[in-house]
Design a protein around this ligand. Structure first.
Ligand SMILES: Nc1ncnc2c1ncn2[C@@H]1O[C@H](COP(=O)(O)OP(=O)(O)OP(=O)(O)O)[C@@H](O)[C@H]1O
Ligand SMILES: [Mg+2]
Length: 504
């Protein structure tokens, strides 16, 4: 009997592989970072072949760390950075270009043209605003960039995939019989899928200009897609679960009931609330698929996406050099009692939820001769908490959901100062589970449910245990005063880049 389920978590900054036992405990893990490529201002790329090489390496390392072999592993789940776009040759497996990462804003003008004054024209169908964030415009941009590619795409010589599709195709044989599929959660981030039919939308394909021959087949989040055939330690094991990383974290946090919410603090920050069997419309938040288990009807979610959270800490480290490593930020920020009325708005690639303003850029406001790097570091941390407050307000407005507590996870949640401030400004407790690798865990659960390792979501829920809890402590009047200052600061980040956003 297999003891473990493996999860591959191919993220924006790194690739991980974790082996979980039936209790959801980690038995072995490995991780490799990859380079962020910035060929021009506003462009963000990854080398797709490096991602595959790193995934293969971490599979072998995690299996070795657990002292396991393929026979010990019942199934593999995949979770991934979403929206990031790869187009490759079906015959050779060679990418036609680097992957365009979700944060990349090169499609801003194209998106403004497609919107033609109405950024919400695909909202009712796809649940999403027209934005540089999603995959569809990135595919269109790649096809426009090289005139030879469109004809090849229409002839079926090329494949498009988000990172899940790219990995599954490569790991199940590549040019030699690789399976070209995606799951509903990843497909729901392309601007090309109809949220109700769970199939590609002819209207969206036509508007954005993406040929159907490029696209993967859309499958559920939990079923057997194929076996690993990639020269790894897990060859022969079925891939049986796929969820975009934020949906995977929702699943790993066992948010199966309408109204249950989680917030993940990684490169960006993503708050998702389960809304049950019906998609809920919102102009400030994204309507998206939470998961679909085999033939069962899907569950939907509302999502507030924040583009820059931990990435701003990384920016303090790599671009400003004020800290040597991410974990130094807490001590630096804690060396001052407050930000000294400084606010950092990290709108590096515009602002996502709840404003969706491509014209915004980063701003530091309130600087005086008294300001130190400690105030700025503290303001960087607090920016994540304020953005989360704005998103939670939008969730409460759209879904009529009270959200009396927030489950949290991700790399930034080790930061006690940030988490206490988060509970303070939300006015509700923040709770971190014992197993903080919820993204990988969610993918493992999806794969294990498809292969009988766990029998139902109730099994999964029984594994969830609270770890650390932060209660709100700040005086509500003080929170209100600072929240108003934060919103003033955001105003100053807007209208920086032209063209101005289309009216909504
Ligand atoms: N002590 C800390 N305080 C604040 N931020 C931190 C701390 N340690 C790490 N971070 C930030 O957390 C982020 C990493 O979190 P995590 O590993 O969850 O990222 P991730 O989003 O899963 O990565 P990926 O984007 O690859 O999926 C980094 O951006 C880093 O700057
Ligand atoms: Mg991640």
């Amino acid at each position: 009997m297999s003891r473990y389920v493996a999860a591959i978590d191919q993220g924006t900054s790194s690739s991980r592989c974790l082996l979980f036992d039936r209790d959801g405990a980690v038995a072995g893990a490995a991780q490799r970072e990859h380079a962020q490529l910035h060929p021009q201002s506003g462009w963000v790329e990854h080398d797709p072949l490096t991602l595959v090489a790193n995934v293969r390496a971490v599979i072998d390392e995690a299996v070795a760390a657990a002292g396991a072999s393929a026979a010990d592993v019942a199934a593999v789940g995949i979770t991934n950075q979403r929206e990031t776009t790869v187009v490759w040759e079906r015959a050779s497996g060679a990418p036609v270009a680097n992957a365009i990462v979700w944060q990349d804003v090169r499609t801003a003008e194209l998106v403004a043209q497609l919107a033609d004054g109405d950024a919400d024209r695909l909202r009712a169908t796809t649940g999403l605003p027209l934005s540089t964030y999603f995959s569809g415009p990135k595919v269109r941009w790649l096809l426009d960039a090289d005139p030879a590619l469109r004809a090849r795409a229409e002839a079926g010589e090329l494949c498009f995939g988000t990172i899940d599709s790219w990995l599954i195709w490569q790991l199940t044989g590549g040019p030699d019989g690789g399976v070209h599929v995606t799951d509903v959660t990843n497909a729901s981030r392309t601007l090309l899928m109809d949220l109700r039919t769970l199939d590609w939308s002819p209207q969206a394909l036509d508007l954005i200009g993406v040929p159907r021959a490029l696209l993967p087949q859309i499958r559920s989040s939990s079923e057997v897609y194929g076996e690993l055939r990639a020269g790894t330690a897990l060859d022969g094991v079925p891939i049986a679960g796929v969820l975009g990383d934020q949906q995977a974290a929702l699943f790993g946090q066992a948010c199966f009931e309408p109204g249950e919410a989680k917030n993940t603090y990684g490169t960006g920050c993503f708050l998702l609330v389960n809304t049950g069997a019906e998609p809920v419309a919102s102009r400030e938040l994204l309507t998206t698929v939470a998961y679909r288990l085999g033939e069962a009807p899907p569950a939907y979610a509302l999502e507030g996406s924040i583009a820059v959270a931990g990435a701003a800490v990384r920016w303090l480290r790599d671009q400003l050099g004020v800290i040597g490593s991410a974990d130094e930020v807490e001590a630096l920020a804690a060396s001052v009692p407050d930000t000294g009325d400084v606010y950092v708005v990290p709108a590096f690639s515009g602002l996502f939820a709840p404003r969706w303003r491509a014209d915004a850029r980063g701003a530091i406001v309130g600087l005086t001769a008294y300001t130190t790097k400690a105030h700025i570091a503290r303001a960087v941390l607090e920016a994540t908490a304020w953005q989360t407050r704005e998103v939670l307000d939008a969730v409460r407005g759209a879904a009529g959901i009270a959200c009396e507590e927030l489950k949290v996870d991700g790399g930034m949640t080790v930061d006690e100062l940030l988490m206490q401030f988060q509970a303070d400004v939300l006015g509700v407790p923040a709770i971190r589970p014992q197993v903080s690798e919820t993204t990988a865990l969610g993918a493992a659960y999806a794969a294990g449910l498809a292969t009988g390792v766990w029998s139902s979501p109730a099994d999964v829920r029984a594994n969830w245990r609270a770890g650390r809890r932060w209660e709100p402590r700040m005086d509500p009047d003080e929170v209100a005063r600072r929240y108003a200052r934060w919103r003033e600061a955001v105003e100053r980040s807007l209208n920086w880049i032209s063209p101005a956003p289309p009216a909504r």
